[in-house]
Design a protein around this ligand. Structure first.
Ligand code: DGT
Ligand code: CA
Ligand code: CA
Ligand code: ZN
Length: 582
């Protein structure tokens, strides 16, 4: 353990001792030792090795031994015992500003409050303000602290983080001092959720860039403001770091801060094997100099150059997850990833007939504006009564409406009439086969009985895929990112069933879903599964979500050939007719 980590442990022990009502002298000993460690300028390992720890004022013999143990093993029995003696929720409560051990003790002993949710409840019920040493203002502050903690500790949906990042990037790029700017990190890799934003700027004059960054209107708190790095918390709790580097470091820093960490580790050892040390600052010749593989790292101006220097094809950010991309880049076998422009239409869209906000006409006009050739409507079926699902009669009316719309010639885009049919708990479908036969295509999804065990859920989905009228499976796991886990289901078996029956599985592009997860796609596509990228749009601007789905497909290594809705309308007709499954 490092000096700082040990100091943190000592501070936590002081808190725990205080919670247990230990005497003030003992508690202060731990606090003093922590402070002394913070201020220690010498190397801790040296001080310990030379037996000088006890000689430092502020550190007694007993604590010196504990520090040595922590330094050597990273653990301390007394610390673990103390932790175990206190409800876990109490430890978490200490992270809320304004809650020291004294207050915690009162809350615990007077009200039995032993967790953050219990504290929030007590605040809302106005039971805190009356406690001695608290008051109404403290109660307010605690509530605000709980709210902030939630916002700060949470990850954020890629879609929302992208909106924020785009605005900031636009601002950065307009600054005269900025020559290049990018949002790196998980955002650039297209992760479905993002922890924080990592901006990177090339500039010879960092000061005005930093000043602009910490003064943006959406900044709620500046947590660091330095010459080359600043950090802020934005409205909504998203954190953002900005690093400014020189123009010749930019591509190295961009690569490093894009990550992922595992990708970086592989890249570094590849560089090392060729005699180079790779870091966020650049490439330097390693060791005695004689061994490195030649070439001039000074000529590297872009990530593409960097990859080439290490004998690799250019690896798109989405693939940098250490899933075999370096091996593929070496062999020249990186996939040509599907792009937004490859899509010629989308299926699975809702209208006001079920729970959508826009009418059929409005949705079709919006889809046409995307330049798509075809557009699929799939409103909910009757079992989804909470979503105003259509019964047979209303569905047949909608089919008529769609046929009339196609024949009217009002739109260039062709509209396919479908339905998002509920898969009932036993795997049968919400509409009988003769109704399904009237539709151009059928999406099937689970919207109820999420609690089935894995085996029954898997059988349910497999049975639905075996129905010859079905074309695609919607949002495979039902997950809602940052809100709800997916239901238990054996994904591999569902994939096998889809392949065996010539069916496609959706990437539901709704930013909260992105389901089926990109992590499954590489292998599934290798086995022959095909994908359809669907926005699950419930309003016109929901069609834009398609972009998030394309990103997920790219993270899953998918090429245009592996995505059904890159096909021409004739090929789609053929597929929907099931004459020639793709
Ligand atoms: P996030 O923010 O949790 O969604 O994920 P990232 O990937 O944006 O991670 P973050 O913000 O902690 O760091 C940005 C990038 O910086 C990360 O993807 C790779 C690089 N990086 C950070 N820490 C390390 C490290 O300890 N070793 C290496 N090799 N790279 C690191
Ligand atoms: Ca990040
Ligand atoms: Ca970061
Ligand atoms: Zn659905």
């Amino acid at each position: 353990m490092t000096k700082t980590e040990i100091a943190d442990v000592l501070r936590e022990m002081a808190l725990l001792l205080e919670l247990q009502g230990e005497n003030a002298f003992k508690i202060r000993a731990y606090q003093n030792a922590a402070r002394t460690l913070d201020a220690l300028e010498e190397d801790l390992a040296t001080v310990i090795a030379e037996g000088r720890l006890v000689k430092i004022s502020g550190i007694g013999k007993a604590i010196a031994e504990k520090i040595a143990t922590l330094h050597e093993t990273g653990r301390l029995q007394l610390h673990e015992e103390l932790r175990a003696s206190v409800p876990e929720g109490l430890l978490e409560m200490m992270e809320i500003p304004g809650l020291g051990p004294k207050k915690l003790k009162v809350l615990y002993e007077e009200l039995g409050v032993d967790s953050i949710p219990a504290l929030e409840k007590a605040c809302r019920e106005d039971r805190i303000a009356g406690l001695s040493g608290f008051g109404a203002r403290t109660q307010e502050k605690l509530l605000a602290g709980i709210r902030n903690r939630e916002a700060y500790s949470r990850r954020h949906l890629w879609w929302r983080a992208r909106e924020v990042a785009d605005r900031i990037l636009t601002g950065l790029r307009e600054l005269p001092a900025v020559s290049e700017a990018e949002a790196a990190g998980s955002l650039r890799r297209g992760m479905e959720t993002v922890g924080d934003l990592d901006f990177l700027v090339a500039s010879a004059n960092p000061d005005p860039v930093m000043d602009w960054f910490v003064r943006m209107v959406e900044v709620r708190e500046v947590t660091a403001h330095g010459a080359t790095k600043s950090s802020v918390r934005l409205d909504g709790g998203l954190q953002a770091d900005l690093r400014v580097v020189s123009a010749d470091q930019y591509c190295f820093a961009l690569h490093h801060f894009t990550g992922s960490k595992d990708h970086n580790v592989k890249m570094r050892s590849r560089a090392l094997a060729r005699g180079w040390s790779l870091s966020e600052w650049g490439l330097t010749a390693k060791g005695d100099g004689g061994e490195h593989g030649g070439g001039d790292p000074g000529a590297i101006r872009s990530e593409r150059d960097l990859f080439a220097f290490l004998g690799l094809h250019n690896i798109p950010p989405e693939l940098r997850e250490d899933m075999g991309e370096i091996e593929a880049a070496e062999a020249g076998e990186l996939p040509r990833l599907v792009g937004n422009a490859d899509l010629r239409g989308v299926f699975h869209n809702h209208t006001t007939a079920s729970d959508g906000r826009n009418t059929l006409e409005e949705m079709v006009a919006a889809a046409e504006a995307f330049g798509w050739e075809y557009f699929g409507i799939a409103d909910h079926s009757k079992a989804s009564f909470q979503a105003n699902g259509l019964d047979e009669e209303r569905l047949m009316e909608q089919v008529e409406q769609i046929h009339a719309l196609n024949e009217s010639g009002r739109h260039r885009i062709h509209v396919f009439a479908g339905s998002e049919v509920d898969i009932l708990p036993d795997g049968s479908l919400d509409f009988a086969d003769d109704i399904l036969a009237e539709l151009d295509y059928v999406v099937v999804s689970v919207h109820s009985s999420f609690q089935l065990d894995e085996e029954r859920m898997t059988r349910r989905l497999v049975r639905a895929l075996e129905n010859p009228h079905v074309h695609m499976l919607g949002h495979l796991t039902g997950r809602l990112l940052l809100e709800r886990e997916g239901y238990r289901v054996n994904v591999s078996k569902v994939i096998d069933a889809a392949i065996a029956n010539g069916k496609v599985i959706e990437i539901n592009a709704h930013p909260r879903r992105l389901d089926m997860d990109w992590r499954h796609w590489k292998r599934a596509a290798e086995q022959g599964l095909r994908c359809v990228i669907n926005p699950d749009a419930h309003r016109m601007d929901g069609l834009e979500y398609t972009r998030a789905g394309v990103l997920a497909a790219r993270k899953g290594w998918l090429t245009a050939e592996q995505v059904l809705n890159t096909r021409s309308i004739d090929e789609i007709r053929e597929y929907l007719g099931m004459k020639n499954p793709c």
